[in-house]
Design a binder for this molecule. Structure first.
Ligand SMILES: NC(=O)c1ccc[n+]([C@@H]2O[C@H](COP(=O)([O-])OP(=O)(O)OC[C@H]3O[C@@H](n4cnc5c(N)ncnc54)[C@H](OP(=O)(O)O)[C@@H]3O)[C@@H](O)[C@H]2O)c1
Length: 293
């Protein structure tokens, strides 16, 4: 990818940051919070000055959806304020900027996959903070794109797939919510999408600006995703648990979740000329990586 000489990623050990770091080319520099705290304007500007990237990708976020309800200041600092600072500082440094947001900006009541133009209406504080972050990025203007994604899983970092495998090593049966629907997404595929959109931004493509949705193909509820994880674990000879479908009412959480937050991905498919693969095809790699440690 010769048009992407230096990509600076904010975030290092998270799911997306790790997946981005796996790319050999272009040159990817990923900075964790100890190297560049995105809540510090000075640290962000110093990193941009030091590495002089052509493209910046924001892989940092406060992603603990339930904890965000009580740790409001921390969630706001990372999800609402930092994205605007990163967008502004990238623009001033002459770099294109890719920000990542979430399906949880929607209330989940549309009854069909969400297009980018659908009005946002978050049902939890995490979603509110991410919605504010999107607005701040858009207000900064310039060569920038926001990629909303959903239900991210990978072999590294904390995620639902890892949680299911851990629970399966401890119990015989797991109750998993079956009345929330979405589109599971591989962090590796999301990383490729971020780089592809970034490449279009650097090529000066106006169609690469604005909001995009990226998720793997195929719908699932959490219980279906958990069952697929168990199928893969069984194939690898790992311990499995029976998945017992339950309702949201059976599993109360501090943060409310949207019932159906499936994202429609037509806009990004048209831009990059490729359709996302099914989540079921991406899952084995993540399960194998977690099981093999
Ligand atoms: N996970 C999901 O299911 C999901 C669903 C929808 C959308 N998304 C969005 O997708 C994006 C990537 O999510 P993810 O799952 O990769 O997140 P993650 O695994 O929770 O990683 C969070 C990242 O944020 C970084 N970070 C935290 N505080 C920081 C600070 N003060 N300064 C700099 N970096 C800081 C961490 O850096 P360190 O390297 O220092 O730890 C880590 O790399 C986020 O925008 C998220 O909102 C995620």
């Amino acid at each position: 990818m010769p048009t992407l000489p230096t990509v600076l990623v904010f975030g290092r050990s998270g799911q997306l940051a790790t997946a981005l770091s796996a790319h050999q080319a272009p040159t990817i520099i990923a900075l964790g919070r100890s190297e560049a705290d995105v809540t510090s304007e000075e640290a962000v500007r110093a990193a941009l000055g030091r590495y002089r990237p052509q493209l910046v990708i924001n892989a940092s976020a406060y992603t603990a959806v339930d904890k965000a309800e009580s740790e409001r200041a921390a969630a706001e600092a990372l999800n609402s304020s930092a994205p605007g600072l990163l967008a502004q500082a990238s623009e001033e440094a002459g770099a294109a900027f890719v920000h990542v947001s979430t399906d949880y900006v929607f209330d989940g009541e549309a009854g069909a996959p969400y297009a980018e133009t659908h009005p946002t209406s978050p049902v939890n504080f995490y979603g509110e903070t991410k919605e504010k972050g999107e607005r701040a990025v858009l207000a900064a203007g310039g060569r920038q794109a926001i990629i909303r994604t959903s239900w991210v899983f990978s072999g590294g970092g904390a995620n639902f797939v890892r949680t299911m495998l851990r629970l399966a090593s401890e119990r015989d049966a797991i109750g998993v919510v079956a009345d929330q629907q979405g589109r599971p997404t591989s962090a590796a595929d999301l990383a490729r999408a971020c780089l592809a959109v970034g490449e279009r931004l650097l090529a000066g493509d106006q169609a690469a600006r604005g909001v995009f949705h990226f998720a793997n193909a195929g719908d699932a509820n959490w219980a279906e995703l958990a069952s697929a994880v168990m199928e893969e674990a069984a194939r690898l000879g790992a311990r499995t648990a029976a998945i017992r479908p339950i309702t949201t009412a059976d599993y109360p959480t501090p943060a409310k979740r949207p019932r159906d937050s499936r994202l429609a991905t037509g806009r990004i498919e048209a831009l990059i000329g490729a359709a996302p693969r099914p989540w079921r095809a991406a899952l084995p790699e993540a399960v194998a990586s977690i099981i093999r440690g």
